[in-house]
Design a protein. Structure first.
Length: 182
């Protein structure tokens, strides 16, 4: 597993890097499918912020963030949060039947509109590629729960064999967009 430690407004010393690697060593024993881990450490006045992003097999991304007064305490808490999320995910996967289908890639185009230009003139600002996996709605909800900072998930509904979008609402609940041709 590749481990990177990045510091924002803080110098990452060898002892901090070693402590972060030691925290992940315990997690890697239980979950060997972790491909890479990225710690982001930040200091803002008296607050120490630790974020951890794990990239696992099957395109699974698990994120956690914690704010404490001590950097080492923030590292402890964020590692514990990730371990709980991994245990939760592992329990759900073990009770889940394997899905059928292939991975597809969809292109996203972001358009902007300048109010001073004439009507109907749009410019593509950014294009992104999304890997769309076939999965059930329950599995999509689990994926979105694990990624705290992600607001939506595009996936191929394995039951209906159609592209769906699951999004996080302001209330904390989830919404599902199921497109239909009319």
């Amino acid at each position: 597993m590749e481990i990177t430690v990045t510091g924002r407004h803080i110098e990452v010393t060898p002892s901090i890097r070693e402590y972060a690697e030691k925290k992940l060593a315990h997690i890697e024993i239980d979950f060997p499918r972790i491909l890479s881990a990225h710690f982001i450490l930040e200091v803002d006045k008296f607050r120490h912020i630790a974020e951890l992003v794990l990239h696992c097999g099957n395109h699974i991304v698990i994120e956690a963030r914690d704010v404490e007064e001590d950097l080492y305490a923030a590292l402890d808490k964020v590692a514990d949060k990730v371990a709980r999320q991994l245990h939760k995910y592992k329990a759900r996967i073990q009770s889940h039947r394997p899905r059928k289908g292939e991975l597809m890639h969809l292109a996203e185009h972001v358009l902007t509109h300048d109010l001073h230009e004439e009507e109907g003139s749009h410019h593509i600002v950014r294009t992104e590629q999304f890997a769309v996996k076939p999965m059930s709605i329950d599995e999509a909800v689990l994926q979105l729960e694990l990624a705290e900072h992600r607001h939506f998930l595009v996936f191929l509904n394995a039951d209906a064999n159609k592209i769906n979008v699951l999004y996080r609402r302001k209330s904390g609940d989830f919404g599902l967009i199921q497109p239909s041709l009319t």
